[in-house]
Design a protein around this ligand. Structure first.
Ligand SMILES: Nc1nc2c(ncn2[C@@H]2O[C@H](COP(=O)(O)OP(=O)(O)OP(=O)(O)O)[C@@H](O)[C@H]2O)c(=O)[nH]1
Ligand SMILES: [Zn+2]
Length: 304
């Protein structure tokens, strides 16, 4: 005899589609379940596949996080904050205007490299011709490092934008990040026409308060295609990355690693450092080397 699906003793598997404080919304089949974790555990991320016990028809307790394929996070001196689990790629949305900061783009790239997540850079608002060429040059720098760039215009060319992005998204779990004003919401709304409705539903279910849209949420387009929208942030701390992880998160460093005079070279002021020599020769951008040193410094300030 088969038991009814919502028998309270059943273990259910689902995907975490939103997180607000220590409250989580889990999609299990066609149900959205309001969930908490046992005790004080709060290491659940959007995108996690979890096992939970139902406590009522639409509520549950998360008992187990299944093994993650990837985990993206950012951190400050005191703690790390999970951004999303199981994503396969990161879309960094930049625009012709307002200007974007290279620091945030490079930090996002480093976070993705460290997590083993692929990156695409989406240059939006290419209809703003006045700043197009200047922005193209800036973005070409990242293309030169090996990151694919895609030019779109969410408002002026919506159909072309969808046509350019859809093939990249299918079968992937993609997180979009971008500074405020780059047009990330405009792009999400094109890809997921019901996004606004979904946000209201999630917000109500998690009781986040009327005007809060500042939580990470996942939209499942089908079984294998997920889109994660994360709130914009001004800072992207990476205190959790170790020196070894940092070195390998800069693809342009790779051919020089192991070629410094000292095997434990920090590439900061050691003599005969292959990385610094490459910077001096113009083969590594000073901006990226400076960020590397800054991240190395942050890594040494970690207090947890
Ligand atoms: N000209 C032009 N404007 C755009 C384009 N895409 C978005 N915008 C405009 O840019 C502004 C910001 O767009 P949003 O989609 O709200 O940007 P966002 O990145 O989600 O910003 P936050 O909501 O602050 O995180 C809005 O006024 C959009 O209408 C575009 O392709 N071209
Ligand atoms: Zn060195």
């Amino acid at each position: 005899m088969t038991k009814p699906i919502d028998a309270l003793t059943d273990t259910v598997t689902g995907t975490v589609i939103a997180a607000h404080g220590r409250h989580y919304l889990v999609q299990a089949d066609d149900k959205k379940l309001q969930c908490v974790t046992r005790g004080k555990k709060s290491d659940v991320a959007v995108g996690d596949i979890v096992k939970l016990k139902l406590t009522s028809a639409n509520q549950g307790v998360i008992e187990e996080i299944t093994e993650r394929k990837t985990l993206l996070y950012r951190s400050d001196q005191y703690k790390s904050k999970l951004l999303a689990a199981n994503v396969t790629q990161l879309f960094i949305v930049v625009a012709t205007e307002p200007g974007f900061t290279d620091d945030l783009v490079s930090r996002s790239l480093v976070a993705a490299e460290a997590a083993g997540v692929a990156v695409h850079i989406i240059l939006n608002k290419i209809d703003v011709v006045a700043s197009l060429e200047k922005t193209r040059k800036r973005v070409a720098f990242y293309a030169g490092l090996g990151y694919p760039v895609h030019e779109v215009s969410a408002t002026a060319q919506p159909e072309e934008t969808v046509a350019a992005l859809m093939p990249l998204l299918v079968g992937q779990s993609t997180i979009l990040i971008g500074q405020s004003g780059m047009g990330k919401s405009s792009i999400i709304n094109l890809i997921i026409p019901d996004a606004a409705i979904a946000v209201r539903e999630i917000s109500a279910a998690l009781d986040t308060g009327k005007h809060t849209t500042t939580f990470t949420r996942l939209y499942a387009m089908d079984d294998k295609t997920m889109i994660i929208d994360s709130p914009g942030f001004q800072e992207f701390g990476l205190y959790h990355l170790t020196e070894g992880m940092l070195e390998r998160a800069f693809p342009e460093f790779e051919q020089y690693l192991g070629k410094c005079k000292f095997y434990n070279c920090h590439h900061s002021n050691e003599p005969e450092c292959a990385i610094r020599t490459a910077v001096a020769a113009g083969d590594i951008a000073p901006m990226r080397h400076a960020l590397y040193l800054q991240l190395l410094h942050e890594s040494s300030q970690k207090l947890y």
